[in-house]
Design a protein around this ligand. Sequence first.
Ligand SMILES: [Zn+2]
Length: 344
Amino acid sequence: MKDIGFHKDLTTGCYLNPFDGFEPKDMPIEERYDETTGVASRILPYRVHPARKPDTDAYVEKSPESICPFCPELFEKLTPKFTPDIVEGGKFKKGSAFLFPNAFPYDAANAVAILSSRHFIPLDQLTAETMRDGFAICRDYFFRIAELQKGYQYCSINWNYMPPAGGGLIHPHLQTIVGKKPTNFMRRLLASAQNYMAASDGGNLWRNILVMEEETKERYIVSTGTISWLTAFSPKGMAGEVDFYFKEKTSFFDLTEANFDEMLLGLSRVFLYLYVNNYMSFNLSLYATMTPDKNFWVQGKIMPRFELNPLGTSDINYFEKLHDEIICPIAPEQLCKELRSYFV
Ligand SMILES: [Zn+2]
Protein backbone atom coordinates (compact mmCIF):
# COMPACT_ATOMS: atom_id res chain seq x y z
CA MET A 1 0.00 0.00 0.00
CA LYS A 2 1.38 3.39 -0.93
CA ASP A 3 2.31 5.59 2.00
CA ILE A 4 -0.49 8.00 2.96
CA GLY A 5 1.91 10.83 3.78
CA PHE A 6 1.45 11.49 7.49
CA HIS A 7 4.62 13.10 8.86
CA LYS A 8 5.67 13.66 12.47
CA ASP A 9 8.67 15.46 13.99
CA LEU A 10 9.46 16.00 17.62
CA THR A 11 10.97 19.10 19.09
CA THR A 12 11.29 20.29 22.68
CA GLY A 13 10.67 23.59 24.37
CA CYS A 14 12.42 24.26 27.68
CA TYR A 15 11.97 26.82 30.44
CA LEU A 16 12.51 27.35 34.16
CA ASN A 17 9.19 26.53 35.73
CA PRO A 18 7.75 29.19 38.09
CA PHE A 19 5.37 26.61 39.56
CA ASP A 20 8.24 24.29 40.57
CA GLY A 21 10.88 26.56 42.15
CA PHE A 22 12.13 27.54 38.68
CA GLU A 23 13.45 24.06 37.97
CA PRO A 24 14.08 23.31 34.26
CA LYS A 25 11.09 21.83 32.48
CA ASP A 26 10.98 20.20 29.05
CA MET A 27 7.88 20.51 26.90
CA PRO A 28 7.66 18.13 23.96
CA ILE A 29 6.05 19.56 20.81
CA GLU A 30 4.98 17.33 17.97
CA GLU A 31 5.00 18.84 14.49
CA ARG A 32 2.63 17.10 12.13
CA TYR A 33 1.98 17.40 8.43
CA ASP A 34 -0.67 15.63 6.39
CA GLU A 35 0.13 15.48 2.65
CA THR A 36 -3.49 14.70 1.79
CA THR A 37 -4.97 17.85 3.30
CA GLY A 38 -1.84 20.01 3.38
CA VAL A 39 -2.57 20.78 7.04
CA ALA A 40 0.42 21.45 9.30
CA SER A 41 -0.15 21.41 13.04
CA ARG A 42 1.69 21.39 16.35
CA ILE A 43 0.33 18.98 18.92
CA LEU A 44 1.12 20.27 22.39
CA PRO A 45 1.32 18.04 25.43
CA TYR A 46 -0.79 20.11 27.79
CA ARG A 47 -4.51 19.98 27.72
CA VAL A 48 -6.39 23.24 27.25
CA HIS A 49 -10.07 22.85 27.67
CA PRO A 50 -12.85 25.39 27.98
CA ALA A 51 -13.23 24.83 31.71
CA ARG A 52 -16.52 26.61 32.24
CA LYS A 53 -19.90 25.96 30.68
CA PRO A 54 -20.30 28.64 28.03
CA ASP A 55 -22.91 31.29 28.65
CA THR A 56 -25.21 30.60 25.73
CA ASP A 57 -27.99 32.64 27.40
CA ALA A 58 -25.98 35.80 26.79
CA TYR A 59 -26.03 35.11 23.04
CA VAL A 60 -29.73 34.33 23.02
CA GLU A 61 -30.45 37.54 24.96
CA LYS A 62 -28.53 39.62 22.40
CA SER A 63 -30.31 37.92 19.53
CA PRO A 64 -33.92 37.30 20.59
CA GLU A 65 -36.65 35.72 18.49
CA SER A 66 -38.33 39.10 18.01
CA ILE A 67 -35.52 40.32 15.71
CA CYS A 68 -34.66 36.97 14.10
CA PRO A 69 -35.27 36.79 10.33
CA PHE A 70 -35.55 32.98 10.55
CA CYS A 71 -38.29 32.98 13.21
CA PRO A 72 -41.92 32.76 12.04
CA GLU A 73 -42.79 36.42 12.67
CA LEU A 74 -40.24 37.89 10.23
CA PHE A 75 -39.43 34.87 8.08
CA GLU A 76 -41.78 35.55 5.14
CA LYS A 77 -41.00 39.25 5.14
CA LEU A 78 -37.20 39.09 5.36
CA THR A 79 -35.91 35.96 3.61
CA PRO A 80 -35.11 35.83 -0.12
CA LYS A 81 -36.96 33.60 -2.58
CA PHE A 82 -35.96 31.54 -5.59
CA THR A 83 -37.45 32.32 -8.99
CA PRO A 84 -40.44 30.07 -9.86
CA ASP A 85 -38.42 28.14 -12.48
CA ILE A 86 -36.33 26.73 -9.63
CA VAL A 87 -39.13 26.10 -7.17
CA GLU A 88 -42.81 26.98 -7.10
CA GLY A 89 -43.51 29.29 -4.16
CA GLY A 90 -39.90 30.48 -3.88
CA LYS A 91 -38.68 28.17 -1.11
CA PHE A 92 -38.03 24.48 -0.58
CA LYS A 93 -39.98 23.08 2.37
CA LYS A 94 -39.96 19.85 4.34
CA GLY A 95 -41.68 19.49 7.71
CA SER A 96 -40.81 22.78 9.38
CA ALA A 97 -37.46 23.12 7.53
CA PHE A 98 -37.05 25.64 4.72
CA LEU A 99 -34.32 26.30 2.14
CA PHE A 100 -33.94 29.65 0.38
CA PRO A 101 -31.22 31.75 -1.30
CA ASN A 102 -28.53 33.28 0.91
CA ALA A 103 -29.08 37.05 1.15
CA PHE A 104 -25.29 37.43 1.21
CA PRO A 105 -24.18 34.88 -1.38
CA TYR A 106 -20.55 33.97 -1.98
CA ASP A 107 -21.15 31.85 -5.02
CA ALA A 108 -23.56 31.76 -7.96
CA ALA A 109 -25.78 29.34 -6.06
CA ASN A 110 -25.48 29.63 -2.30
CA ALA A 111 -28.50 28.72 -0.20
CA VAL A 112 -29.48 28.68 3.46
CA ALA A 113 -31.59 26.04 5.19
CA ILE A 114 -33.17 26.39 8.62
CA LEU A 115 -33.70 23.15 10.55
CA SER A 116 -37.09 24.31 11.86
CA SER A 117 -38.86 27.32 13.31
CA ARG A 118 -37.06 26.70 16.61
CA HIS A 119 -34.90 29.73 17.41
CA PHE A 120 -32.21 28.16 19.58
CA ILE A 121 -31.32 24.49 19.88
CA PRO A 122 -28.62 23.72 22.46
CA LEU A 123 -25.84 21.33 21.39
CA ASP A 124 -27.16 18.45 23.48
CA GLN A 125 -30.55 18.75 21.78
CA LEU A 126 -29.20 18.51 18.25
CA THR A 127 -30.55 15.00 17.83
CA ALA A 128 -30.85 13.16 14.53
CA GLU A 129 -34.56 13.97 14.64
CA THR A 130 -34.08 17.74 15.07
CA MET A 131 -31.60 17.82 12.16
CA ARG A 132 -33.37 15.42 9.77
CA ASP A 133 -35.61 17.82 7.82
CA GLY A 134 -32.87 20.45 7.53
CA PHE A 135 -30.46 18.02 5.88
CA ALA A 136 -33.20 16.37 3.84
CA ILE A 137 -34.13 19.69 2.32
CA CYS A 138 -30.53 20.32 1.25
CA ARG A 139 -30.70 16.96 -0.45
CA ASP A 140 -33.97 17.88 -2.20
CA TYR A 141 -32.35 21.10 -3.36
CA PHE A 142 -29.29 19.31 -4.79
CA PHE A 143 -31.57 16.90 -6.66
CA ARG A 144 -33.43 19.87 -8.13
CA ILE A 145 -30.16 21.61 -9.09
CA ALA A 146 -28.95 18.43 -10.82
CA GLU A 147 -32.27 18.20 -12.65
CA LEU A 148 -31.81 21.73 -13.99
CA GLN A 149 -28.52 20.66 -15.61
CA LYS A 150 -26.61 23.88 -15.09
CA GLY A 151 -23.24 22.16 -15.04
CA TYR A 152 -22.65 22.18 -11.29
CA GLN A 153 -20.24 19.46 -10.26
CA TYR A 154 -19.31 20.01 -6.63
CA CYS A 155 -21.50 20.51 -3.61
CA SER A 156 -21.22 20.91 0.10
CA ILE A 157 -23.47 21.29 3.13
CA ASN A 158 -21.94 23.56 5.72
CA TRP A 159 -22.71 24.76 9.19
CA ASN A 160 -21.43 27.53 11.44
CA TYR A 161 -23.13 26.66 14.71
CA MET A 162 -23.17 29.69 17.04
CA PRO A 163 -21.06 32.88 16.88
CA PRO A 164 -17.64 31.50 17.98
CA ALA A 165 -17.73 29.43 14.75
CA GLY A 166 -18.79 32.38 12.58
CA GLY A 167 -22.54 31.90 12.96
CA GLY A 168 -24.24 35.25 12.34
CA LEU A 169 -27.54 34.11 13.82
CA ILE A 170 -28.47 31.95 16.80
CA HIS A 171 -31.21 30.24 14.78
CA PRO A 172 -29.62 26.97 13.54
CA HIS A 173 -29.10 27.08 9.79
CA LEU A 174 -27.11 25.17 7.21
CA GLN A 175 -25.51 26.63 4.11
CA THR A 176 -25.17 24.84 0.83
CA ILE A 177 -22.71 25.57 -1.94
CA VAL A 178 -22.91 24.12 -5.42
CA GLY A 179 -20.13 25.03 -7.81
CA LYS A 180 -18.74 24.40 -11.25
CA LYS A 181 -15.34 24.56 -9.60
CA PRO A 182 -14.44 22.98 -6.25
CA THR A 183 -13.54 25.24 -3.33
CA ASN A 184 -9.83 25.57 -2.68
CA PHE A 185 -9.71 22.92 0.06
CA MET A 186 -11.87 20.50 -1.88
CA ARG A 187 -9.58 20.97 -4.87
CA ARG A 188 -6.72 19.92 -2.61
CA LEU A 189 -8.55 16.76 -1.52
CA LEU A 190 -9.46 15.90 -5.11
CA ALA A 191 -5.88 16.43 -6.30
CA SER A 192 -4.48 14.33 -3.46
CA ALA A 193 -6.82 11.47 -4.34
CA GLN A 194 -5.95 11.78 -8.03
CA ASN A 195 -2.20 11.85 -7.36
CA TYR A 196 -2.46 8.92 -5.00
CA MET A 197 -4.30 6.90 -7.61
CA ALA A 198 -1.69 7.73 -10.26
CA ALA A 199 1.25 6.95 -7.96
CA SER A 200 -0.15 3.69 -6.63
CA ASP A 201 -1.44 2.08 -9.78
CA GLY A 202 -5.11 2.73 -9.15
CA GLY A 203 -5.18 2.73 -5.34
CA ASN A 204 -7.95 4.62 -3.59
CA LEU A 205 -6.64 7.13 -1.06
CA TRP A 206 -9.72 7.09 1.19
CA ARG A 207 -9.96 3.32 1.29
CA ASN A 208 -6.31 3.10 2.23
CA ILE A 209 -6.56 5.82 4.88
CA LEU A 210 -9.39 3.87 6.49
CA VAL A 211 -7.50 0.55 6.23
CA MET A 212 -4.45 2.09 7.87
CA GLU A 213 -6.40 3.91 10.57
CA GLU A 214 -8.53 0.90 11.40
CA GLU A 215 -5.38 -1.18 11.75
CA THR A 216 -3.47 1.17 14.03
CA LYS A 217 -6.64 2.03 16.02
CA GLU A 218 -5.08 5.28 17.22
CA ARG A 219 -7.53 7.65 15.58
CA TYR A 220 -10.27 5.30 14.36
CA ILE A 221 -13.36 5.99 16.45
CA VAL A 222 -15.84 3.55 14.96
CA SER A 223 -17.58 2.33 11.84
CA THR A 224 -21.33 2.82 12.07
CA GLY A 225 -22.03 0.83 8.90
CA THR A 226 -21.46 2.86 5.76
CA ILE A 227 -19.66 5.62 7.61
CA SER A 228 -16.25 5.49 9.30
CA TRP A 229 -15.56 8.10 11.98
CA LEU A 230 -12.05 9.15 12.94
CA THR A 231 -10.03 12.00 14.34
CA ALA A 232 -7.73 13.80 11.91
CA PHE A 233 -4.00 13.05 12.15
CA SER A 234 -3.18 16.72 11.66
CA PRO A 235 -6.22 18.72 12.77
CA LYS A 236 -7.36 21.95 11.19
CA GLY A 237 -8.57 23.39 14.50
CA MET A 238 -7.27 24.11 17.99
CA ALA A 239 -9.75 21.68 19.56
CA GLY A 240 -9.03 18.94 17.03
CA GLU A 241 -11.07 17.66 14.12
CA VAL A 242 -13.45 14.75 13.56
CA ASP A 243 -13.65 13.27 10.04
CA PHE A 244 -16.25 10.96 8.59
CA TYR A 245 -16.13 9.03 5.32
CA PHE A 246 -18.96 7.38 3.40
CA LYS A 247 -17.33 4.17 2.20
CA GLU A 248 -17.47 3.65 -1.59
CA LYS A 249 -19.90 6.58 -2.06
CA THR A 250 -18.54 8.46 -5.03
CA SER A 251 -21.26 11.08 -5.56
CA PHE A 252 -23.68 13.00 -3.38
CA PHE A 253 -26.51 11.21 -5.17
CA ASP A 254 -25.20 7.83 -4.00
CA LEU A 255 -26.32 8.69 -0.48
CA THR A 256 -29.57 7.11 0.64
CA GLU A 257 -31.93 8.35 3.30
CA ALA A 258 -30.56 5.61 5.58
CA ASN A 259 -27.03 6.96 5.00
CA PHE A 260 -28.23 10.40 6.08
CA ASP A 261 -29.85 8.96 9.20
CA GLU A 262 -26.62 7.17 10.03
CA MET A 263 -24.66 10.41 9.59
CA LEU A 264 -27.08 12.44 11.72
CA LEU A 265 -27.01 9.91 14.54
CA GLY A 266 -23.19 9.99 14.49
CA LEU A 267 -23.17 13.79 14.41
CA SER A 268 -25.53 13.94 17.39
CA ARG A 269 -23.05 11.80 19.35
CA VAL A 270 -20.16 14.11 18.51
CA PHE A 271 -22.30 17.12 19.47
CA LEU A 272 -23.16 15.52 22.80
CA TYR A 273 -19.45 15.01 23.43
CA LEU A 274 -18.88 18.70 22.68
CA TYR A 275 -21.70 19.74 25.00
CA VAL A 276 -20.43 17.61 27.88
CA ASN A 277 -16.92 19.01 27.37
CA ASN A 278 -18.08 22.66 27.51
CA TYR A 279 -17.68 23.52 23.85
CA MET A 280 -20.46 25.70 22.50
CA SER A 281 -19.82 25.86 18.83
CA PHE A 282 -18.58 24.01 15.77
CA ASN A 283 -18.00 24.20 12.03
CA LEU A 284 -19.12 21.35 9.83
CA SER A 285 -18.74 20.60 6.12
CA LEU A 286 -19.92 17.69 4.05
CA TYR A 287 -18.05 17.54 0.72
CA ALA A 288 -19.24 15.68 -2.36
CA THR A 289 -19.09 15.57 -6.12
CA MET A 290 -22.38 15.76 -8.03
CA THR A 291 -21.32 13.24 -10.66
CA PRO A 292 -19.59 9.96 -9.80
CA ASP A 293 -15.84 10.33 -9.30
CA LYS A 294 -14.27 7.04 -8.24
CA ASN A 295 -11.31 8.88 -6.72
CA PHE A 296 -13.37 10.91 -4.31
CA TRP A 297 -15.52 9.54 -1.50
CA VAL A 298 -18.22 11.70 0.06
CA GLN A 299 -16.83 12.90 3.36
CA GLY A 300 -17.22 15.45 6.10
CA LYS A 301 -15.37 17.28 8.84
CA ILE A 302 -16.45 18.67 12.19
CA MET A 303 -14.38 21.19 14.02
CA PRO A 304 -15.19 22.11 17.61
CA ARG A 305 -14.92 25.84 18.22
CA PHE A 306 -14.74 27.81 21.45
CA GLU A 307 -13.75 31.09 22.98
CA LEU A 308 -11.51 31.37 26.00
CA ASN A 309 -13.00 33.26 28.89
CA PRO A 310 -12.93 35.67 30.67
CA LEU A 311 -12.00 37.75 27.60
CA GLY A 312 -13.80 35.80 24.90
CA THR A 313 -10.40 35.14 23.31
CA SER A 314 -10.64 33.61 19.85
CA ASP A 315 -9.40 30.09 19.17
CA ILE A 316 -7.82 31.38 15.95
CA ASN A 317 -4.58 33.36 16.21
CA TYR A 318 -1.66 34.59 14.11
CA PHE A 319 -0.13 31.14 13.89
CA GLU A 320 -3.11 29.81 12.02
CA LYS A 321 -4.10 32.98 10.13
CA LEU A 322 -0.65 34.13 9.03
CA HIS A 323 1.61 31.07 9.27
CA ASP A 324 -0.92 28.49 8.22
CA GLU A 325 -0.16 26.14 11.09
CA ILE A 326 -2.54 25.00 13.79
CA ILE A 327 -1.72 24.85 17.48
CA CYS A 328 -3.63 21.95 18.97
CA PRO A 329 -3.33 21.20 22.68
CA ILE A 330 -5.42 18.04 22.45
CA ALA A 331 -3.79 15.02 20.84
CA PRO A 332 -5.99 13.49 18.11
CA GLU A 333 -5.36 10.06 19.67
CA GLN A 334 -6.73 11.30 23.01
CA LEU A 335 -9.75 12.93 21.36
CA CYS A 336 -10.43 9.63 19.60
CA LYS A 337 -10.44 7.71 22.88
CA GLU A 338 -12.82 10.20 24.47
CA LEU A 339 -15.21 10.14 21.52
CA ARG A 340 -15.35 6.35 21.36
CA SER A 341 -17.40 6.10 24.53
CA TYR A 342 -20.11 8.25 22.91
CA PHE A 343 -20.54 5.74 20.09
CA VAL A 344 -21.26 2.64 22.17
ZN1 LIG B 1 -35.01 32.57 15.14
